[in-house]
Structure formats: structure tokens, C-alpha cells
Design a protein around this ligand. Structure first.
Ligand code: FEO
Length: 394
């Protein structure tokens, strides 16, 4: 349970949640970590807590470096429970510590916990806090991922403690990106962005601009989930990826998402795939009976075209499709061209629900395509023509 020194007198004191397989709907096949960091100086600061059920492990790591009674500050970068669930326990062990957070962070802590007797120091972007040899500079990053989110920059060591930003749900034996295949860790960072931060591209762009205005020279990004980006090359890589994802720029791909009961909607999906591929458009096809919604959402970052298909069950969308559409709607992907399709037995119309979501998201669409029972070759030809209309949208 020892802490790990990541720079002189700066320690990783996080915990690994090896068995986590789901994070409010987001599948996490590699588990996750809740990283926190301890800076030992004339004044000692802990940056971020952990999930309550892993509190003992985090406290053991802190104690491997210092007694909690010596901590001067607990910096709360984000109040979601994966980072603050054990703050009340930490405050019992370190009642002398001052909580450093922004105004929204204080409000959120007060809404979650009994904060009676806690001392707060409220900061805003650009404020600094000297620990002795280390200077902390703060940057609020609202909505990355909650209104209270912020990042803490350690000036002398050029380390950005970025909390949710640049994180990955990934638990491994190392704490460093360099020890994991880069493609794998970038894919996990992409999945994290797609499933957690997708709605907040404008805020992500603003945060990147603010970091530029503050002239932060970053040599290490230490997030609160997953592995640490170390060195200019790794830092440049993840900053570049975030700039691309936040801009809404896509790869011109197509993503087909569907489910099927007796194969009719699957046949429409296969027809759509053939047309898209024949047009030279890289296309992926996800059947929701075997794919988790979070796995599917990663492809939305690359997609120019979206085609969602549903069978009709008791006059409603098929439940797995309805669940996906609701999840996707909340993540608010932008600038897509879309087609809703599906099949029915005796009463059609369910594609109207999908179409309404497309319209709510402001996407360009072609009319929905629905088929009664099993589509024959003439119907598949009509479906193919509708997909060609989709491709022609400018
Ligand atoms: Fe990792 Fe928004 O909490």
C-alpha cells in the first residue's frame, strides 16, 4: 500500500478498482482507478479523494508518506463520488485541513455531506497557492465533468492534475501510459471522452484555450482515472486528441446501430452497410444484442453518418434500441447525417421516435424507412436508394 513518487515529493496515492465493470451505464472491462496525489512541502496538500469503499487503501498510501494530521490542504478538484466519496472520512482524520475548491465545489460538497466545521478556501481560475517550494495554480473547468470540476497545475514540476479530463477507465499494474500500448490507452481515453465528456466539447475547447492563456507549460498530465501521460510526446498526443474530439471534427465514417427480432431489421442494416461500403465510406455495424451502448458511442466520434434501426415490439421501439437512443441523445453528438429505419408486423411508426431525437439534435436527415415483416428484394432496393439519398446530403 505504498505511495509512488511521480516527481520529487509528489506522490500518487490513488486506488485501483480492479473489479469495476460498469460506471453508471458505461461498460468498464478494464476496471478503473481513482487517482489522488500528495504533495509534501512546508505545507502538505492532498489532491482529490477516492470512492468511499476504497478509502482504507487510499489512507494507507497517504500514511506511507505522512500522518494525516500534518496535512494542510485537501484540494477537491471534483465532487462526484468517485473522487469525493471519502472526503468526510479524510476530514475526520485531518480536521485541521482546509478544503480548497471553487464556489461550485463548495456548494456541491455542502449538498452531499455534513460540512459542519470544515474550513474552505475558495479559488477561481488563475489563483495560486504556495506550499513552500511548490506553487499550485488553479483552473476551473466547468462541465468537465460537473459544474464544480477544476484542474490543479503544479508550476515548478509542470504537472497538470486534471481530474476527469484526459482520464481513462483502465486499471493495470503500472500508473504510467508508457507501460501500456499507446493505441490501447488512446482508445480508452477516446471511450472515456465519448461516454463522459461528449456533450461538453465547447467547454473542453475553452479549457484548452484557458490553459494556453495561462501559459501552462505541461510536461505531465496526471488524471484521476487511469494512467499518467508523461513527457512532451505523450502530453502532446492526448492534448491533440482532445482538441480534435472537442472540435466535433469527424473521420467521415458511418455507424449503423440496430437490433433485430426475426432478422428483418438486420437485413435492412446489411443492405445499408453494403451501400455505404460500395460508396467507399468506412462503416461499422453494431447489433445491440451483443454490444454495450458505451462501446457503440466511441464510433460516434468518427461518424459523419448515423443509421439507427429498430424492430417494433408491442407498438414501441425495441427496448434495447430505446435505451441506446436515450443514452446517445444525452451525449448530444453534433453534425451528423442520419437515417432511421426499422420493421414491424401490423402497425408501424416507431421510427418516428428515432427521427424526433435526430431532429432534436439538429442533425440532417432523410425520411425514415420502415418495412412490414420480412423485406424482399424490391424493398431492399428501396432501402438502398434511401441510403444513397443519405449519402447525397451535402
Ligand atoms: Fe470521475 Fe465525474 O467523476
Amino acid at each position: 500500500m505504498n505511495a509512488i513518487e511521480i516527481s520529487k515529493n509528489i506522490y500518487w496515492t490513488g486506488v485501483k478498482d480492479w473489479n469495476l465493470r460498469e460506471f453508471h451505464g458505461y461498460a468498464t472491462p478494464h476496471g478503473s482507478t481513482y487517482n489522488s496525489y500528495l504533495i509534501v512541502d512546508d505545507k502538505i496538500a492532498l489532491i482529490d479523494g477516492a470512492k468511499q469503499y476504497l478509502s482504507a487503501e487510499q489512507i494507507a498510501r497517504i500514511k506511507s508518506v505522512t500522518d494525516l494530521s500534518k496535512m494542510t490542504y485537501i484540494i477537491v478538484n471534483h465532487v462526484e463520488m468517485d473522487h469525493s466519496g471519502n472526503i468526510p472520512e479524510l476530514m475526520k482524520l485531518a480536521p485541521q485541513a482546509k478544503i480548497v475548491t471553487n464556489a461550485a465545489g463548495k456548494m456541491a460538497l455542502e449538498a452531499h455531506f455534513d460540512t459542519t466545521g470544515w474550513n474552505f478556501q475558495i479559488i477561481k481560475t488563475g489563483d495560486t497557492l504556495s506550499l513552500g517550494k511548490h506553487t499550485l495554480e488553479f483552473m476551473t473547468t466547468p462541465m468537465l465533468h460537473w459544474p464544480d470540476s477544476m484542474m490543479t497545475y503544479v508550476k515548478e514540476d509542470k504537472i497538470l492534475l486534471s481530474n476527469d479530463g484526459f482520464g481513462q477507465h483502465y486499471a493495470t499494474d503500472s500508473i504510467w501510459v508508457k507501460d501500456v500500448p499507446l493505441d490501447l490507452i488512446c482508445q480508452e481515453a477516446k471511450s472515456y471522452y465519448a461516454n463522459i465528456l461528449f456533450p461538453y466539447g465547447a467547454q473542453a475547447e475553452k479549457a484548452l484555450n484557458t490553459a494556453g492563456q495561462l501559459e501552462l507549460d505541461i510536461e505531465m498530465i496526471a488524471p484521476s482515472h487511469g494512467c499518467i501521460w508523461s513527457g512532451k510526446e505523450e502530453v502532446g498526443k492526448i492534448l491533440g486528441l482532445y482538441a480534435k474530439w472537442a472540435s466535433g471534427q469527424n473521420e467521415g465514417k458511418a455507424v449503423i446501430v440496430y437490433d433485430t427480432m426475426w432478422g428483418a431489421t438486420a437485413k435492412l442494416a446489411e443492405t445499408a452497410m453494403a451501400v455505404l461500403q460500395d460508396a467507399g465510406i468506412p462503416t461499422v455495424k453494431h447489433c445491440l444484442s451483443v454490444k454495450n451502448v458505451s462501446e457503440v458511442m466511441v464510433d460516434f466520434l468518427d461518424a459523419k453518418y448515423v443509421l439507427i434501426g429498430s424492430p417494433t415490439l408491442n407498438n414501441q421501439l425495441f427496448p434495447r434500441v430505446a435505451g441506446f437512443v436515450t443514452y446517445m441523445h444525452g451525449l448530444q453528438p453534433k453534425n451528423k447525417k442520419a437515417l432511421a429505419f426499422g420493421s414491424y408486423g401490423w402497425k408501424g411508426g416507431v421510427t418516428a421516435y428515432i427521427q424526433k431525437v435526430y431532429e432534436d439534435l439538429g442533425w440532417q436527415t432523410v425520411p425514415p424507412f420502415e418495412q412490414k415483416y420480412t423485406p424482399k428484394s424490391d424493398v431492399l432496393a428501396q432501402m438502398a436508394e434511401r441510403v444513397r439519398e443519405l449519402i447525397k446530403l451535402s
